[in-house]
Design a protein around this ligand. Sequence first.
Ligand SMILES: NC(=O)C1=CN([C@@H]2O[C@H](COP(=O)(O)OP(=O)(O)OC[C@H]3O[C@@H](n4cnc5c(N)ncnc54)[C@H](OP(=O)(O)O)[C@@H]3O)[C@@H](O)[C@H]2O)C=CC1
Ligand SMILES: CC[C@](O)(C(C)=O)C(=O)O
Ligand SMILES: [Mg+2]
Ligand SMILES: [Mg+2]
Length: 378
Amino acid sequence: MNANVARTALRAASRDDRRPAASRGLKTIEFTQGIPEKVYEREDWPIEKLQQYFKDETFAILGYGSQGHGQGLNMRDNGLNVIVGVRKGGKSWEEAIEDGWQPGKNLFTIEEAAAKATTAMLLLSDAACTSVYNSVKDKMPNCKTLYFSHGFQVSYASETGFEAPKDKDIILCAPKGSGRTVRSLFLESRGINGSIAVHQDVSGKALEKATAMGVAVGCGYLYETTFEREVYSDLYGERGCLMGGIQGMFKAQYDVLRANGHSPSEAFNETCEEALMSLFPLVGEHGMDYMYKACSTTARRGALDWAPEFEKACKPVFERLYESVRNGSETRRALEFGNRKTYREDFDKETDAIAAQEMWVVGHKVRALRPERAAKGL
Ligand SMILES: NC(=O)C1=CN([C@@H]2O[C@H](COP(=O)(O)OP(=O)(O)OC[C@H]3O[C@@H](n4cnc5c(N)ncnc54)[C@H](OP(=O)(O)O)[C@@H]3O)[C@@H](O)[C@H]2O)C=CC1
Ligand SMILES: CC[C@](O)(C(C)=O)C(=O)O
Ligand SMILES: [Mg+2]
Ligand SMILES: [Mg+2]
């Protein structure tokens, strides 16, 4: 970066730091002018307050995938009374033991944990959730709250068959990131963003409880949504820019480079490695304008010209995707696939096929050459 670019970039960064989201205690923020949104921050729930608020609760985490792991360990480290319920002999049972949950003390079968729950945290796979819940719902004498991390069961009730019990609060906190990151950010004293929603408020305190739980599981700030908006945006985002879109775009760019005679290492570096190691982190820290300004004038000119081309090409795909989410097609597909007995092996076959794509085989070798890894022989 030459001195002028560096100075411009730094000016952009300090402008970014002055934006309103940084104001503690500010409860309504206009992220876009004219649209006030409520936000809740971890600062409002110091750990002593959380522990006092939840002193009579037994949180039963049912299901121990990525979110059960992240949310469960964070709640445990926050000093709350949390137990895990999973089927014995399954993959999750082993993983829970590896994470220090102890059978008979804070690790139980789903039935046992549900029976102890005052709040049941339904962190099962979306495909299995309703049938597992139905198998225990009449044996949860103390349970006053159902907690989800997705609007899926409730919003697509005609597909999932979920029937909301009339006597319980039904709340949601959906961390906006992988459960692995929910945990790693917490360990770094940072916090993932999350959304909260209330489907049913029997106690009159459901929103407050959702907020406190959001903080307890490791969120830094929380924005309000509804179950339906959460599930629509989540299914859309993960199929789009967050996962499906990024793989599709990387692969298309890589393949065209290779078809034009570029070497594998050149194609990979110019597509994935530079994006992930250099440019995307700049966007994440300071915004797209900062990243543009940190690149050459030549790059900026071309990227500014081509961004609308990509937007135009992608927009119809995104519109089709949103409709596929809205009309339940994506949900039916997720339920059909996730209910297969062989869903884990079937997924593995497809993700192994991605790993076997030339681009990611090359990526494996490129990553090994990062100096910090090469030095450790990784
Ligand atoms: N993954 C993430 O980071 C995010 C997930 N969410 C939401 O959080 C919730 C949990 O997701 P996630 O943590 O990814 O979990 P998964 O979707 O990976 O589900 C895994 C859990 O479901 C259990 N399970 C699956 N089938 C059955 C069954 N038939 N009977 C009993 N248990 C079963 C598994 O147990 P076993 O090992 O015994 O098979 C395992 O504990 C979902 O609603 C998801 O949409 C929200 C934000 C991000
Ligand atoms: C982006 C995928 C996700 O929605 C998530 C980590 O937030 C998921 O369902 O895992
Ligand atoms: Mg999701
Ligand atoms: Mg998500």
